[in-house]
Design a protein around this ligand. Structure first.
Ligand code: AQP
Length: 329
């Protein structure tokens, strides 16, 4: 079976529907077809300041959400990144292989450092994509299911893998991004031309938010001054995003929805999307609560996952150190 690696940061109290549709739903589905390694990437989270107790709590909640969404520890390896030291061991080697200019071209760093002020950004935020490359390469992953925002980081990972292979001999699988067009980029509800993002918290649709609050957000989502329910990303980004979300949650193609809503108002579309979202979120919330009431069981899942992950990643790290000339004895 081909191998998959992907990760998600525990940087918010809840994942949002963009995380789910863009990445996590594929994670769940790929368990049937791939050998899967999935990680809560807490080392990535500390590239911006985190409160230690909050971070530890969010890491558990992240794992509980992944299980509630359908990850099955029998069919995938679910682990917390910081429990597998090979990620940071490999990351250093990858950093030494990356050009400073090359790293400087990463647009996510440019965006995020602009928000916080470049001088106040950590070096870790700058080298974030290189740690991500190490995450992926450690497992010799063939495919990486992510949203569109990660495409550039995946390209860097591929370049680093190829560079290493050329310099030290065939070592790494060169991974392919797995990005589904229809859900590659889910947009913010209040700024429908911007990516739905944890750092724009007002316009996200959070899986664990009280459903009443989510219904309210959907009802006040920005649309436009026309009346027609039609998919047109360029001129009607808000309505198109709502149609896209409903299409994904109901698993009905957009043209069929356009027909269904012909002659009807935005209010109807919003009510139906709200109902579809609540039907999706409520059982997820209930399952998350169950996992969180038994933290020992959750930690056991994560410990076993980390053991399995270390078995694979340690081999890669040892091979890489040996090839680079680091290993002694
Ligand atoms: N809006 C989105 N549409 C589709 N996919 C998305 N992803 C994130 N936002 C969208 C995908 O979710 C996965 C986990 O991402 P992450 O842990 O890197 O989360 P993030 O990028 O920190 O999440 P945000 O909400 O996008 O936060 P910030 O504010 O940091 O930018 C990834 O596969 C990502 O592509």
């Amino acid at each position: 079976k081909p191998r998959v690696l992907s990760g998600i940061q525990p940087t918010a109290d809840s994942f949002h529907i963009g995380n789910y549709l863009g990445a996590l739903r594929q994670w769940v589905r790929m368990q049937d077809t791939h050998e899967c390694f999935y990680s809560v990437v807490d080392l990535h989270a500390i590239t911006v300041e985190q409160d230690p107790a909050v971070l530890r709590h969010r890491t558990r909640v992240a794992a509980a959400q992944l299980l509630a969404l359908g990850l099955d520890p029998e069919r995938c390896t679910l682990f917390v990144q910081s429990q597998v030291p090979a990620h940071t061991q490999l990351s250093w080697v990858m950093e030494c292989l990356t050009g400073f200019g090359e790293a400087s071209r990463m647009t996510q760093f440019k965006d995020k450092s602009q928000r916080g002020g470049a001088d106040r950004s950590s070096v870790g935020l700058f080298t974030y994509p290189i740690l991500q490359a190490a995450d992926i390469l450690a497992y010799q992953a063939d495919a990486v299911p992510v949203g569109e925002d990660q495409r550039q980081h995946l390209e860097l990972t591929r370049n680093l893998a190829q560079r290493f292979n050329a310099r030290y001999g065939p070592t790494f699988v060169v991974p392919e991004p797995y990005i589904l067009k229809s859900t590659a980029k889910i947009y913010d509800l209040t700024e429908p031309r911007a990516k739905m993002s944890k750092s724009l918290p007002g316009g996200t649709l959070d899986l664990l938010a009280p459903v009443k609050a989510s219904v309210k957000r959907i009802k006040s989502a920005v649309t436009d001054t026309e009346r027609e329910i039609r998919y047109d990303e360029e001129n009607k980004p808000g309505v198109s995003n709502l149609l896209g979300l409903l299409s994904e949650l109901r698993e009905v193609p957009i043209p069929a929805l356009e027909q269904e809503y012909a002659g009807r108002g935005y209010g109807d579309l919003k009510s139906d999307l709200a109902a579809a979202f609540v039907a999706f979120a409520e059982p997820v919330q209930a399952r998350v609560q169950e996992y969180l009431t038994d933290p020992a069981a959750l930690d056991k899942v994560l410990d076993l996952g980390a053991q399995r992950a270390r078995q694979v990643a340690d081999v890669t790290a040892a091979t890489v150190y040996e090839k680079v000339g680091l290993a002694v004895g």
